[in-house]
Design a protein around this ligand. Structure first.
Ligand SMILES: [Zn+2]
Ligand SMILES: [Zn+2]
Length: 121
């Protein structure tokens, strides 16, 4: 494992869900010479190897997640915080699709996190 990749893994483990930009920001603190392209390259390689997963956020950049155990996400519409949900929310057997077989799903569900709900008052 390269030093760069080692660092990226460490950052993802420490901070949970991060955009590539944020991984880059944290990586620069330890490795000031690291290039954004290097971060992207490593993240893409890790994606290909199923070491991390990518979550699509409807109104923001993709977020990378090192938790490979199957799970879904709640995404706060206010602050963009990503919360893991490990419960099986969707029963795939109950969903009937015409002309297609569902293989897998990857949900991100919009929510308002507790912190944002509090500050709204
Ligand atoms: Zn929030
Ligand atoms: Zn997650």
């Amino acid at each position: 494992m390269t030093k760069q990749k080692e660092l990226i893994v460490k950052i993802l483990k420490a901070y949970g869900h991060l955009t590539a930009e944020n991984v880059y920001k944290f990586a620069k603190l330890t490795m000031p010479n690291i290039a954004l392209g290097t971060v992207y390259r490593n993240l893409n390689l890790m994606l290909e190897n199923n070491e991390i997963s990518k979550i699509s956020i409807s109104n923001g950049p993709d977020v990378f997640d090192i938790t490979t155990k199957k799970h879904n996400h709640l995404v706060c519409v206010k602050c963009g915080k990503v919360i893991d949900v490990f419960e099986n929310i969707v029963n795939l057997k109950k969903i009937k699709c015409e002309n297609a077989n569902i293989l897998d799903y990857n949900l991100s569900i919009n929510c308002i996190c507790d912190d944002c709900a509090k500050t709204k008052k």
